[in-house]
Design a protein around this ligand. Sequence first.
Ligand SMILES: [Cu+2]
Length: 339
Amino acid sequence: MKMVKSLVLAGLLAFSPALGMTQTAFAQDNATAAAPAAEAPAPVAAAPAESAAAPAAATAAPAEKVAAPPRMKPTEGIGMPMPGEWTIQKQFTDTGRQALWMHNYLLMPIITFTSIFVLILLAWTMFRYRRAANPTPSKTSHNTLIEVIWTVLPVLILLVIAVPSIGLLADQYKPAPKDALTVKVTGYQWYWGYEYPDQGIPEFVSNLQTEEKAKENGEPYLLSPDNRLVLPAGKPIKLIITGADVIHSFAVPSLWVKMDAVPGRLNEKSFTIDKPGVYYGQCSELCGARHGFMPIAIEALPPAQFEQWVLSQGGNPKGKAATPATTAAAAPAAAPAKI
Ligand SMILES: [Cu+2]
């Protein structure tokens, strides 16, 4: 009897790979077989983790070789406000320049002229037609010519403003071209998260730098975060902007960018930065206690250096090659070591 049992056992073991089910059933009966059986699920469970980690490891491999380009020093007065400044910052995008031109050479002259003209009219009327100088006022109530002028002139002024204004508005909302670099920007209470889905760079967070660190780096304290949003200069960029908790607003004045970050909604902003540099901004929608402490810094690099940065973050500069699993698996706290 014992021999028969041994033979059956030997047979089962010999055919075990083919008889998986039988072996499992057998394992339940046999205490000694239970140990390997218990171990068996381990590699199975580990497999998805391994496969998820594989692209990360594959893309991360060059990370050890490629160093991130050195942190760019900001230029005084470029991409940041300066003490005593009272007008719009110098612009570094097409729409920005267009808007600045419109503000400086169209709106401001019209506003200034209209205000001064009305002020002079008012002052003249008050002085010339005061009771002492003009005891018997005119009874005139209509004057066709004047009425036509003060109707037509404002209409013409409004038309002069409306035409370039509508063009500018359309330009500001122009969809990004197909080859634009996409970055997902998420506003959190109270920091920003940046993710490069096409390059396979998972979200990293950007938090206010300490005052000492900012001083050490020669950066404006309340405007400078630890991790910057690194972008290529001269290439179209598409930001997909959203909020994780409350409404924030992603604003960089010198790039003419201001877009609300609304939870449950994806807002889009596209632009091309003229030249390399550091451009500062801030959250511009009151979002809670530390609203004033979630700065934005865009570091625009020459394309070659940007590719180097992407490689240094374990991403693929050519884009589209990374699997979504890589980005999905990464925790938001996985910040790159670029401080
Ligand atoms: Cu905010």
